[in-house]
Design a protein around this ligand. Structure first.
Ligand SMILES: [Zn+2]
Length: 58
């Protein structure tokens, strides 16, 4: 994808229902990592989700 055509996107967090910005920088990061899905959680919920996941694994 051409980076020049990328725009910030407003997404809704599945956890708290708040809208959050999926920035061009974050989209580029996702693409570089090979992720094709948009994030489902805002930054705060994502951090919490990651923490819970970590706990679940132990
Ligand atoms: Zn959230």
């Amino acid at each position: 994808m051409d980076k020049a055509e990328m725009k910030h996107r407003i997404l809704t967090c599945v956890e708290c229902g708040e809208e959050f910005v999926f920035t061009v920088g974050a989209q580029t990061y996702f693409l570089e990592k090979g992720y094709h899905q948009s994030p489902k959680r805002c930054k705060a919920c994502h951090a919490k989700f990651k923490r819970d996941k970590k706990f679940a694994r132990t």
